[in-house]
Ligand binder design. Sequence first.
Ligand SMILES: CSC[C@@H](O)[C@@H](O)C(=O)COP(=O)(O)O
Ligand SMILES: [Zn+2]
Length: 217
Amino acid sequence: MTVAQNVSQSARYEAEGAELARFSRLFYERGWMPGTSGNLSVRLSGDTADIALITASGRDKGELTPGDMVAVQAETGDVLHSGAPRASAETSIHAAVYRTTQARAVIHVHSPYATVMACRAADRERLSTLVFTRFELLKGLGLDAAERTAVPVFPNWPHVPRIADEVAGHLSRGDRCPPGLLIADHGITVWGSDLAQARNRLECFEAICRLLAIGVG
Ligand SMILES: CSC[C@@H](O)[C@@H](O)C(=O)COP(=O)(O)O
Ligand SMILES: [Zn+2]
């Protein structure tokens, strides 16, 4: 890589890292990333489209800076730079989504109502589903409000790559998959064409889960 290419790549990392930090702070302040939970990534574009930036593991998600982002191969999760902070423990799940969908941003949070439903709908040994139907907010997920949508709920295997393999298997088989999934007893992962769309969709998932949690639907 030439010096000029290196400088331009650093500028892109800095700008995308600042965006990740901004979105992360937003979710932290809503109480959707308690403790150090949650992780976000964004896939770069142009000649760096094979790269994603992801939040470092175990950091306070309300206080991230661009220096807390790790560059990885988007579709494998392999870390690109030695000496970088440790990438999120859930990088393999982000990579599974990038490998099997058109997503360019992935957000994982422990938001309260999605987590309630991820506990209630869980079968801890195998894939289960949470059915969304009827709600107008389904349109915010790119779905028809008359449609019956099965949101997958994956077992929260201690070995995260096992969850990632099951996610990739499910997404590569499914047609009309909603742009999000639940992990039993854990939280929610949502994706979109950019961070703003992923955030909007996450808000719709959380609002629908709230309705279900309080017994509507
Ligand atoms: C605070 S424990 C939560 C973690 O185990 C994990 O589920 C999580 O969301 C954050 O992991 P991280 O490795 O910081 O990206
Ligand atoms: Zn988590």
